[in-house]
Design a protein around this ligand. Structure first.
Ligand SMILES: *Cc1c(COP(=O)(O)O)cnc(C)c1O
Length: 400
C-alpha cells in the first residue's frame, strides 16, 4: 500500500475530527520520522511535545518491553511496586508532596477541577455548589465537555453544550483582571505558563509571580497546566521555574511517558489532594505498572541526558537564527526553549500553506490557528540538525 491508499482508507473509515498533513508515517528515531515511501522528515511537532525524549528512545523502549513481560495492569484495587517508585521519583524531581496519576491530559484537568472544588467546600468553606474556577481566554486544557465549556475557541465549543457551570474567563496575562474576578467563592485559578495551542503566547514578565501572590492573598489555589510546557520543553523542568514560583497544583502529561503510553499526573504541593477519599475518584488504567515503569525511565532520560539544558541552549540558538532570517512575511517570532512560534502576516496566505511547503522540504510542522506555525522538535536535537532545518526554512521563506 502507498501513501494515497492509506489516506483514502483513513478518510473513508475514520471520523474527520482532524485535518492531518498528507504524510503517512511508519517509523521514527530521535528527531526523525519516515513515511511509508521511506522519505525522511524532521519532526518539528513532537506529537504536541509528547515525544520530548525523541522517537522510540531506546531506554524507554527497553523498559516498556521488559515491564510488558512482567506485569501491565493491576487496577488500583491492589497495589503495585512501580506506582510507589513512580511517586517517589516524581515527587523528588518536582519537589511535590502528593501525586494523583491518570492517563490523558484532559483527565488530569478533570481531576484537578474535582479536587479544588472539594477543597473549596471542605477547607475554604465555600457554600455547596457555588465554587468558581478562573481560567484564561484562548486556553487549551483538553476536549471533555467540562473543559471545552470554558474554552473561548468557537470550534471547540460550538454545538457541544450544555456545559458545566462554575468557570470565569479573564484575559491571559492580566493579573489585575485576575484579582477583580476573584470572589469569596473562587477556589482556583488554572493557567498555562505559556499558551501552546493558542500559538505560543508568552505572558508579560512577572505575570505568574503576580498571579501566585494574588492567589495566596485570597486563598485561591494556583493550578499550572504544564502538560505542554513541562518536562523540559521551555528549557526548564517546569516552566514555572522561569519566574521562580511553585504552583499549588501542577498538571503533567504528554512527555511524562516519552510518547510511549498515555500517562498524566496531578502534582500537589498544598494539601488539596488530601480532600479526595477512597471511592471519590479513580481510573482503571491510572497508575498502572506499565505506565509507571515507562514514566520512570522517561523522567530519568530527561535528566540524565541533559535534555532540559539542551532545550535551553538549542532553543536560544534556533530562535535567534530564525529572527536573523528577517522574512517579510513574518509578523513575529517568539518562544522559550524549544517551544517556538512563527506568526505570519495575514496577507502571507495562511500558515497551512507554509506547513505544506516545509513538508515538501523535509520538515513536519503543524499550523496552530490560521497564521502561526509552531516549532517544537524533540529535545534531543543538536546544533547541526537546527542548521539543517534553518537552511530549509530559509529556502521556503525566500521562495515566496
Ligand atoms: C495537550 C494538552 C492538554 C490535553 O491533553 P490530552 O492528553 O490531549 O487530553 C491539556 N492541556 C494542555 C496545555 C495541553 O497542551
Amino acid at each position: 500500500m502507498q501513501t494515497q491508499d492509506f489516506i483514502e482508507l483513513e478518510n473513508r473509515l475514520g471520523a474527520h475530527n482532524y485535518k492531518p498533513l498528507d504524510v503517512v508515517l511508519t517509523r521514527g528515531q530521535g528527531i526523525w520520522v519516515w513515511d511509508v515511501e521511506d522519505r525522511r522528515y524532521m519532526d518539528c511537532l513532537s506529537a504536541y511535545s509528547a515525544v520530548n525524549q525523541g522517537h522510540c528512545h531506546p531506554a524507554i523502549q527497553k523498559t516498556l518491553v521488559e515491564q510488558a513481560t512482567k506485569l501491565t495492569l493491576t487496577s488500583r484495587a491492589f497495589r503495585n511496586d512501580q506506582l510507589a517508585l513512580f511517586y517517589q521519583e516524581l515527587c523528588e524531581l518536582t519537589r511535590s508532596h502528593k501525586i494523583l496519576p491518570m492517563n490523558s491530559g484532559a483527565e488530569a484537568v478533570e481531576t484537578v477541577i474535582k479536587a479544588v472544588r472539594k477543597w473549596g467546600y471542605q477547607v475554604k468553606g465555600v457554600p455547596q455548589d457555588c465554587a468558581e474556577i478562573i481560567v484564561c481566554a484562548n486556553n487549551f486544557h483538553g476536549r471533555t465537555i467540562t473543559i471545552v465549556g470554558f474554552s473561548t475557541d468557537s470550534s471547540s465549543r460550538q454545538d457541544f453544550g450544555p456545559f458545566t457551570p462554575g468557570f470565569k474567563i479573564i484575559p491571559f496575562g492580566d493579573s489585575e483582571a485576575l484579582e477583580k474576578a476573584i470572589t469569596p467563592n473562587t477556589v482556583g485559578f488554572m493557567v498555562e505558563p505559556i499558551q501552546g495551542e493558542a500559538g505560543v503566547i508568552i505572558p508579560p514578565d512577572g505575570f505568574l509571580q503576580r498571579a501566585k501572590a494574588i492567589c495566596e492573598k485570597h486563598n485561591v489555589v494556583l493550578i499550572l497546566d504544564e502538560i505542554q510546557t513541562g518536562l523540559g520543553r521551555t528549557g526548564k523542568l517546569l516552566a514555572e521555574e522561569h519566574e521562580g514560583i511553585e504552583a499549588d497544583l501542577t498538571l503533567l502529561g504528554k512527555a511524562l511517558s516519552g510518547g510511549f503510553y498515555p500517562v498524566s499526573a496531578v502534582l500537589s504541593n498544598k494539601e488539596v489532594m488530601d480532600v479526595l477519599r477512597p471511592g471519590e475518584h479513580g481510573s482503571t488504567f491510572g497508575g498502572n505498572p506499565l505506565a509507571c515503569a515507562v514514566s520512570r525511565t522517561a523522567l530519568r532520560v530527561l535528566v540524565e541526558e541533559g535534555l532540559i539544558e539542551n532545550a535551553a541552549v538549542m532553543g536560544d540558538y534556533f530562535l535567534s537564527e530564525l529572527k536573523k532570517l528577517k522574512a517579510p512575511q513574518v509578523k513575529e517570532i517568539r518562544g522559550r526553549g524549544l517551544m517556538i512560534g512563527i506568526e505570519f502576516h495575514p496577507e502571507a496566505g495562511g500558515a497551512r500553506a507554509y506547513c505544506l511547503k516545509l513538508m515538501a522540504a523535509g520538515l513536519l510542522c503543524k499550523e496552530t490557528h490560521d497564521h502561526i506555525v509552531r516549532l517544537a522538535p524533540p529535545l534531543v536535537i543538536r546544533k547541526e540538525d537546527i542548521d539543517w532545518a534553518l537552511e530549509r526554512i530559509a529556502k521556503v521563506l525566500k521562495a515566496d
